[in-house]
Design a protein around this ligand. Structure first.
Ligand code: HEC
Length: 107
């Protein structure tokens, strides 16, 4: 029973992060990134979720200008946004949750 409640608390906390991350997305990213393959200036987050690890996504958001080359871009049009470390964590959690199956899981 104790384990059940511990798991419940962990699941709830994670879910709260994802929900909060969705708000961060709507307010700061939706102008340039879609989540329904509608397109935009930056890549759709379903693709990002599928092709990049959560930690790398977080790194990109904190510093696009130093990360764009390692993601295969030749130029950088994404600005560095004034987000708190928690907001970056939450929005990365949200992006990561969009696609449960990842590219690097394939053999
Ligand atoms: C002004 C438009 C703009 C805004 C706002 C913006 N981005 Fe971007 N983003 C881009 C563009 C354009 C790229 C393509 C690479 C580049 O120019 O840096 C990109 C690339 C990315 C990438 C790398 C994706 C990949 O797989 O290649 C991530 C991750 C990302 N953005 C996350 C975010 C998040 C999270 C937010 C909101 C907190 C955000 N972006 C807000 C324009 C934007």
């Amino acid at each position: 029973m104790k384990l059940f409640f511990t798991l419940l608390i962990i699941t709830n906390a994670l879910y709260a992060n994802i929900e909060n991350g969705k708000d961060v997305y709507i307010q700061n990213c939706a102008n340039c990134h879609s989540v329904n393959m509608r397109g935009g200036m930056g890549p759709d987050f379903n693709i990002v979720s599928y092709s990049h690890k959560k930690a790398d996504i977080a790194k990109y958001i904190s510093s696009p200008s130093t990360m764009f080359r390692s993601f295969g871009y030749t130029s950088n049009a994404m600005p560095e946004l004034p987000l708190s470390p928690q907001e970056i964590k939450d929005v990365s959690e949200y992006i990561d949750s969009l696609q449960p199956f990842k590219k690097w899981m394939k053999k």
